[in-house]
Design a protein around this ligand. Structure first.
Ligand SMILES: Cc1ncc(COP(=O)(O)O)c(C=O)c1O
Length: 380
């Protein structure tokens, strides 16, 4: 037997809850993926590209057409430019981009600040690099970053901060002032930043997504990571991209070329075709998902759950202290079996105990599924 390098890591909660949902025939509002199709022209583009023979290795950094489209979108949606040759790498999923950025930069003993509840792929990557994850908690009331606490937690070993906005699992978003504070601390302490922005286009109520790429000094020390899976409803295509300044990107590519080497060729070309033909598509997503959020929240208005509508992502937290005092992991399994709705318990995203009784529901689902789920939840 080998000594595990990740002794505390099991199968992710997403896989566990999705397979329980499948086993029980439950409505699956647990894992973050849509139950509706991707845009038809995007699917057609993939068929065309496969049939036309684009089935061999792509260039290591990604096909040129796609990197050019990514750069054009960055101008269109965030008002900033980047060099597609040296600053963009297409990766097989944001998860791989994050893994490569951490592996490239973290040395044994380095500390990385994470904010709980925290997406579960960050810490294993830090541990495998020999680093130490230092967990701070988002504020219990509105899931914001306590910058005073961040400043107090920085030590001479701190090398990196990982932020995620819009935030999975809470749906909170970082403000411009948050990014200014991040920039100030990163500069003061010479820190690197990973900014997980996979839900960048899912920000509601007329608010804007703020990217680390929009602050010139912050950008110089940041890896920003994105996912086509989230934007184009193709999570199973596992394709995303990372944007970073040349020096950081060169280091990321050294790792990427020996982890996966390249992302999938026809998928990249199909995405490039669709982005060129329909550059406005990402701009339609906020209204589309906001309508789903509102449908779900309104249908739950007569329930006994407390909820603050999500500011972003396609997740809604329900606070259930008036309904049950069962711990969330137990309750999520129980409700999957007994009322046929699968959700994600958020305590699994905390190193220490979570602040309350929350379950996360994914509202990237057809309206009839959302209405059926809320009907069942209202009866509890
Ligand atoms: C916050 C966050 N980061 C990264 C990812 C992974 O994205 P990908 O499927 O492109 O690897 C997800 C997927 O759920 C996510 O929620």
């Amino acid at each position: 037997m080998i000594e595990s390098k990740l002794p505390h890591v099991g199968t992710t909660i997403f896989t566990r809850m999705s397979s329980l949902a499948h086993e029980c025939g439950a409505l699956n509002l647990s894992q973050g993926f849509p139950d509706f199709g991707a845009p038809k022209p995007l699917l057609d583009a993939l068929v065309r590209r496969v049939s036309a023979g684009h089935n061999q290795y792509a260039p290591m950094a990604g096909v040129t057409e796609l990197r050019e489209q990514i750069a054009a979108q960055l101008v269109r949606y965030r008002g900033v430019t980047c060099d597609p040759d040296t600053e963009i790498t297409v990766v097989p999923g944001a998860t791989e981009g994050i893994f490569c950025a951490i592996t490239a930069c973290i040395h044994p003993g380095d500390e990385v600040l994470l904010f709980d509840p925290c997406y579960d792929s960050y810490e294993p990557a830090i541990a495998l690099a020999g680093g130490r994850a230092v967990h701070l908690s988002l504020t219990p009331d509105n899931f914001a970053i306590d910058w005073q606490q961040v400043g107090d937690s920085i030590t001479p070993r701190t090398r990196m901060i990982v932020v995620n906005s819009p935030h999975n699992p809470t749906g909170a978003i970082l403000s411009w002032d948050d990014l200014l504070e991040l920039e100030r601390l990163a500069e003061l302490h010479d820190l690197l930043v990973i900014s997980d922005e996979v839900y960048e286009h899912l920000v509601f109520d007329g608010q804007d997504h703020h990217s680390v790429l929009q602050l010139p000094a912050l950008r110089q020390r940041s890896f920003a990571v994105f996912s086509f899976g989230k934007t184009y409803s193709v999570t199973g295509w596992k394709t995303g991209y990372c944007i970073a300044p040349h020096g950081l990107m060169a280091e990321l590519r050294k790792v990427h070329q020996f982890v996966c080497f390249v992302a999938n060729t026809p998928v990249q070309l199909a995405l490039a075709d669709f982005m060129a033909a329909e550059p406005d598509y990402p701009g339609t997503l906020a209204d589309f998902y906001q309508a789903k959020r509102d449908l779900f929240c309104q249908a739950l208005s007569s329930s006994r759950f407390n909820l603050a509508p999500s500011a972003g992502t396609y997740f809604q937290l329900l606070e259930y202290s008036k309904v049950s005092d069962t711990p969330d992991q137990e309750l999520a399994s129980q409700w999957t079996r007994e009322i046929g709705i699968a959700s994600i318990p958020i305590s699994v995203f905390y190193q220490d105990s979570s602040p309350g009784h929350y379950l996360r529901f994914c509202f990237a689902k057809n309206d009839d599924v959302l209405l059926e789920a809320s009907d069942r939840l209202c009866k509890i």
